[in-house]
Design a protein around this ligand. Structure first.
Ligand code: PGA
Length: 216
C-alpha cells in the first residue's frame, strides 16, 4: 500500500486554552487510520501542552540554526527534541518574512539531524535546493498557500516526480490549500505521498475528516 503522510501546520495560531479545546474535540472524532503517519506541527508554546495526550506525532515549525548558547530568542534543536519528533524547515513563510536563505536552512537541517529530529523540508518548485538527510519534502507552490487556490493534482504529481528524480528524495507531500474536500484528488496521484494542510488543520473536525478522506 502507498505510504500516507499527513502533517498539519498550525502556523502562528492558538493559545494554550484553544489548543486544549482542539485536543479534546479531536480525541472524540473516532479512530485514526493505521496506514498513515500523522504529525501536527504547532507553535513552541504548545508543544508541552499537547505532548502527553495528542494521538498523533508532534512537530515544531522552526528550529535555531545555532546550538545552545548566547542566541537570545532562539529555540535549539536539543530543546525541541525533548518535546517533539518532527520539525518543519524552510517553509515559504520563513523564507519570505524572516529572510531565511538556503545557507541558513542547511544549518537548521544539520542542527535538527544532530539530535535526531525528523525533518519536513519545504520547497516551492523542483529548482529549490534540498539539503541531504531530510526525511520528507513538501512541495508547496507559494501562490497556493492560504489562498484557496490549489495546484492541479496532475501538475503537483509532475513536479513531485521531477523533485524525486533530481534530488533523490523518496517521500514527497503536497501543500497549499488542501482541504477535506480536495485531499482525495491529490492522494490518487501515484507520486504524491501525503499532504501538508495549514488552515484545514485548525479545526479538529475538519482535520479529522481530511485524514479520513485522504486514507480511504
Ligand atoms: P494552507 O497552508 O493549507 O493554509 O494553504 C499550507 C502550508 O503553508 O503549509
Amino acid at each position: 500500500m502507498k505510504s500516507l503522510f499527513i502533517a498539519g501546520n498550525w502556523k502562528c495560531n492558538k493559545t494554550m486554552v484553544e489548543a486544549r479545546d482542539w485536543l479534546a474535540a479531536f480525541k472524540h472524532q473516532g479512530n485514526l487510520p493505521v496506514n498513515a503517519i500523522l504529525v501536527l506541527c504547532v507553535p513552541y508554546t504548545l508543544l508541552n501542552v499537547l505532548k502527553a495526550e495528542l494521538p498523533v506525532a508532534l512537530g515544531a515549525q522552526n528550529v535555531s540554526p545555532f546550538p545552545d548558547g548566547a542566541y537570545t530568542g532562539e529555540v535549539s534543536a536539543k530543546m525541541i527534541k525533548e518535546l517533539a519528533d518532527w520539525v518543519i524547515i524552510g517553509h515559504s513563510e520563513r523564507r519570505k518574512y524572516f529572510g531565511e536563505t538556503d545557507e541558513v536552512l542547511k544549518e537548521k537541517v544539520m542542527r535538527a539531524k544532530e539530535v535526531g529530529l525528523k525533518i519536513i523540508y519545504c520547497v516551492s518548485d523542483e529548482k529549490t535546493v534540498i539539503p541531504h538527510d531530510v526525511d520528507i519534502v513538501a512541495y508547496e507552490p507559494v501562490w497556493a498557500i492560504g489562498t484557496g487556490k490549489t495546484d492541479t493534482p496532475e501538475n503537483a504529481n509532475h513536479v513531485i516526480e521531477m523533485i524525486k528524480k533530481q534530488w533523490r528524495v523518496t517521500t514527497i507531500i503536497y501543500g497549499g490549500s488542501v482541504t477535506a474536500e480536495n485531499v482525495a484528488s491529490f492522494m490518487r496521484e501515484p507520486s504524491i505521498d501525503g499532504v501538508l494542510p495549514g488552515g484545514a488543520s485548525l479545526n479538529p473536525e475538519t482535520f479529522f475528516q481530511l485524514i479520513i478522506h485522504a486514507s480511504s
